[in-house]
Design a protein around this ligand. Structure first.
Ligand SMILES: [Fe+2]
Ligand SMILES: [Fe+2]
Length: 396
């Protein structure tokens, strides 16, 4: 191998990582540009271009170039290049295809039987014809670029697929949200007193989950669970739901079926959020094992269940019910505090107090809890109460 070829091979080996996976469009363009600079440097050419053949539009696109007029490159006809066949390694000199683009060398790039682009060079700084070793080198380079372009086109296909999936997922979310609102409207229509209860529980749950540092997917699952936790009430009689006098033991058994009914309904929907079923099923469980339907306790209760239990109870207490008046906010918070460890989780209570305190101080741009609280609430009293609970629970 001649010294010139050795030197060139050394340069080209610096480009070996071209064949590796390309992880972004920007990284690809940066790489392909440096490839072109190494090639034009190695061949002492003033002009160089790397073109990519887009199968879907059947056009040649300039990935990077220097020295050419873009209009000249645009005149290249890919059909002509393809018709030369894959065994034609390089076009040199005065081939008509080259004259069109003002180039002196064109190396078509193939992967297997597929034409995927071309490398063009021109404006030699050295006199004399190209040696056979130069052509050999060009073939090596063309192969190297072929791998890079092929990876790139696989990457682009993959990106397209990801984009399609993202679009499908967005549409699906849209449908889910529509379904959720329809369900919530149906529950509201049945039970006038719990109007917007599902919506508020969803909002409170999301606020707690976000403050806990959950990711967006998990937060969305929490939102869906909040919306659907009482959907089983659709199967309970209106008379029972709207009863003004206390429930008989039989009626209590009947009404308690709603969490299992909610679970039965939600399992029929193939949600992308894994925890929805567990949360709606167990939203009336308690840490001391005295809840329903399964009398689960402590470790059997997920954080999602603990969040919903607290959000649900807080909203139930601060809402008017057929059989009792609503509580003011500070009394309801006091009730949550009184039932810590038996019914509600310390950590979730701490986070709930923190997020509500932040909302009252105006530290959160879009409050989820505050807008739903009684407008006559004394916020400074609530703030003091929250701060007291926060320091008490933080010290534990
Ligand atoms: Fe419930
Ligand atoms: Fe509820």
């Amino acid at each position: 191998m001649s010294t010139k070829l050795e030197k060139a091979m050394y340069n080209i080996s610096a480009l070996a990582d071209l064949g590796q996976a390309i992880t972004s469009e920007d990284a690809f363009h940066e790489k392909i540009q440096s490839v072109l600079y190494v090639i034009t440097g190695t061949f002492l050419a003033n002009k160089g271009a790397i073109l990519f053949y887009d199968k879907s539009t059947q056009s040649l696109n300039t990935l990077t170039q220097k020295g050419f007029a873009q209009a000249d490159l645009d005149r290249l006809n890919p059909v002509e290049l393809i018709s030369l066949g894959r065994n034609k390694s390089c076009l040199i000199g005065d081939a008509p295809v080259l004259a069109v683009a003002g180039a002196e060398i064109l190396a078509p790039i193939w992967v297997g039987d597929e034409f995927i682009g071309a490398l063009l060079l021109g404006g030699w700084l050295t006199a004399g014809p190209l040696a056979s070793e130069d052509l050999e080198l060009l073939n090596v380079i063309a192969n190297q670029i072929a791998i890079a372009l092929n990876n790139h086109s696989l990457f682009m296909d993959l990106s397209d697929k990801l984009e399609d999936n993202r679009r499908l997922y967005e549409e699906m979310r849209h449908i889910y949200h529509g379904t959720l609102q329809a369900f919530a409207a149906a529950i509201d229509a049945k039970d006038a007193y719990t109007k917007n209860h599902s919506h508020r529980v969803a909002k409170y749950s999301v606020a707690i989950a976000r403050e806990l540092g959950w990711n967006e997917h998990e937060i969305e699952g929490m939102y869906v669970a909040g919306y659907l936790h009482d959907v089983g009430k659709l199967a309970i009689s209106n008379t029972l739901l709207n009863k003004v006098t206390p429930f008989t033991p039989e009626e209590r058994i009947e009404i308690r079926k709603h969490s299992t009914l909610s679970r039965n309904i939600t399992t029929k929907i193939k949600f992308p959020w894994k925890n929805v079923e567990d949360i709606v099923w167990h939203h009336h469980e308690r840490l001391d094992g005295r809840g329903y339907p399964d009398a689960l306790a402590e470790d059997s209760l997920s954080d999602g269940v603990r969040i919903l239990t607290l959000a649900d109870s807080f909203d139930a207490m601060t809402s008017q019910r057929p059989y009792r008046e609503k509580m003011d906010v500070q009394t309801a918070i006091g009730e949550l505090r009184k039932n810590l460890e038996s019914q509600f989780d310390n950590k979730i209570m701490l986070v709930f107090c923190r997020v509500l305190a932040k909302e009252i101080k105006g530290e959160l741009p879009e409050p989820d809890i505050l807008p739903h609280l009684d407008r006559n609430s004394d916020l400074s009293v609530i703030s003091d109460l929250l701060e007291g609970i926060i320091s008490e629970l933080s010290a534990r």
